[in-house]
Design a binder for this molecule. Structure first.
Ligand code: HEC
Length: 112
């Protein structure tokens, strides 16, 4: 057996992890690791976003204090995460893990 031969799924896995690592807008909902509002997205959004998009202020008319509110603005939120415009320069940044976690939560339809 040729030791350099890779399993057939390897190139696809590599592509998917590269896309995820780049926080790309094309992140797919892979369904393997459930990401929920309460367990995963809310703690991140409440730390990084609701200071400006929350109870005391709604920058650009956006409040991001519930899954439903984020869903309603899903395309804009996805775009702002993918192009790195949010959180803005000067505000506490998202880690790469948090960015891809939010991207896959959104790709999965932003479930509760
Ligand atoms: C320091 C304050 C601040 C923080 C923190 C912040 N935002 Fe914003 N956000 C703004 C302001 C101000 C605007 C409107 C002006 C602009 O687009 O820069 C805005 C606009 C937006 C828009 C609309 C942009 C568009 O082009 O449609 C989205 C979506 C958004 N923010 C999402 C987020 C998300 C998601 C987070 C957290 C990851 C976040 N914001 C964190 C201040 C903030």
């Amino acid at each position: 057996m040729n030791p350099r031969r890779r399993p057939p799924g390897a190139p696809l896995l590599l592509l998917v992890s590269l896309l995820t690592a780049c926080g790309s807008a094309s992140t797919a909902c892979d369904g393997t690791s459930p990401v929920t509002w309460n367990g995963d997205a809310q703690p991140v959004i409440s730390r990084a976003c609701t200071g400006c998009h929350g109870a005391t202020g709604a920058a650009d008319g956006l409040r991001l204090t519930s899954a439903a509110q984020v869903r309603a603005a899903r395309a804009r939120v996805e775009a702002s995460l993918a192009n790195g415009s949010m959180p803005p320069r000067g505000a506490p940044a998202l880690t790469q893990d948090e960015r891809s976690q939010l991207a896959s939560w959104l790709a999965c339809g932003a479930p509760e």
